[in-house]
Structures are given as C-alpha cells and as structure tokens.
Write a protein that binds this ligand. Structure first.
Ligand SMILES: CC(C)(COP(=O)(O)OP(=O)(O)OC[C@H]1O[C@@H](n2cnc3c(N)ncnc32)[C@H](O)[C@@H]1OP(=O)(O)O)[C@@H](O)C(=O)NCCC(=O)NCCS
Length: 170
C-alpha cells in the first residue's frame, strides 16, 4: 500500500471523485500518506480498513473501498471511490459486498455508510447493497443520509457474482 500513495492521491484529487467524498477539497499529499499509514496499522491490528481496488492482480489502483471513520470520528463507515473510467460496471457494488462479508464475519453489524443527498451514484450503490436509510443530518453541502445494512438484511440482497474480476489488496 505505501506504493499506492501517488495513485491514491491522484484518485482523491479527481474532481468527480472529491466532489462529495472530500467535500470538493483536494487532499494534501501528507493527508493521503497518513491515510495509508492508518490503513497499514488497521491491517496489522486486525481491522478491515481501506483496500485498494485493482482490475487485475498487480494492476494499477483504480479505486479505494473499505471502512474509514469519515463523518463520525469514532464509527468506521463503508466508503468507496473509483476513477470515473471505471464507473457504471458494477465494481463498487461488488467490492462493497466483499467487504461487507468480511465485516459481518468480524462481528460488525450493521454496516454503516453515509452519503450526501445529491450523490445519486453513491445512493444507487447503497440501494444495490440493500442498505436502508436510518437518519438524515445536515452537512456542508446540505444534508447527509446515513444508511445501515444489518447482516440479516444483507443475506437477502443480490448475491455476489462469482466471476468478480476485482482483486483487493492492502
Ligand atoms: C459512488 C461510485 C463509487 C459508484 O461507482 P459505480 O461504478 O457507478 O458503481 P456501480 O457500477 O457498482 O453502480 C451501482 C449502481 O449505480 C448506478 N449508478 C452509477 N452512477 C449513477 C448515477 N450518477 N446516478 C444514478 N445511478 C448511478 C449504476 O448504474 C448501478 O446500477 P445498476 O446496478 O442498477 O446497474 C462512483 O460514482 C464514485 O467513485 N464516486 C466518487 C466518490 C464518491 O462520491 N463516493 C461515495 C461516498 S463514500
């Protein structure tokens, strides 16, 4: 993952990626470095944390997905971000499903995720995951919807495709 610093920094600086995820801000390189350091620590301490998304083993990083405490500093939430050329192929849903399986296996239920109300792409991913809205709260861009996915509800969602071509690695 330390070798993913440049690619992660570029990804999070893309206007379509940072619009909602970063409230439009460009993350400083040191912030991304700290994110990766925290991710490595998460892995060492048995937490799921964030994962790089690649379209094949050893391929370039095309996205990030996993658990990070963004809106509430104490509660890790499911987040996902892909480079725009990879949008609309079902990758975000597939990778999120894989990480939800890991979360439930680790005893985390419900999985939580937050989306800014105008972020229709993110809302769609949450619907596909069978998440349900549980709260609405104000934020810088207007309002955020908090969604949750209890383990029992997940098992009733669309099954993970067995031909998922996405490999995750720290
Ligand atoms: C959110 C994001 C990861 C979704 O990626 P994606 O590649 O479109 O996701 P998927 O292909 O898995 O799509 C899931 C569904 O959303 C739909 N969708 C994609 N973009 C959409 C949009 N703008 N409006 C409505 N639906 C959309 C897809 O068609 C798909 O629906 P389907 O299963 O019925 O075909 C991507 O838009 C992104 O990286 N955004 C920037 C980062 C961000 O805002 N992350 C969310 C905050 S955590």
């Amino acid at each position: 993952m330390p070798s993913d610093l440049d690619a992660s920094h570029r990804l999070l600086a893309m206007p379509d990626v940072r619009r909602y995820l970063m409230d439009g801000d460009v993350a400083p390189r040191n912030w991304v470095r700290a994110l990766i350091t925290a991710t490595v620590r998460d892995r060492q301490q048995g937490r799921i944390g964030l994962w790089a998304v690649r379209d094949r083993a050893h391929g370039p990083l095309i996205g990030l997905c996993g658990f990070k405490a963004f809106s509430n500093p104490r509660v890790p939430e499911l987040i996902y971000a892909l480079a725009p050329p990879h949008w609309g192929k079902g990758i975000a849903v597939q990778v999120s499903q894989i990480l939800c399986v890991r979360a439930f296996a680790a005893g985390i239920s419900p999985v939580l995720a937050t989306t800014d109300a105008p972020n229709t792409a993110s809302e769609h991913v949450m619907k596909r995951l069978n998440m349900r809205p549980v709260a609405v709260r104000p934020n810088r861009l207007g309002r955020q919807v908090v969604c949750e996915l209890p383990k029992a509800r997940f098992s009733r969602s669309r099954p993970i495709r067995s031909d998922c071509a996405v490999l995750l690695r720290p």
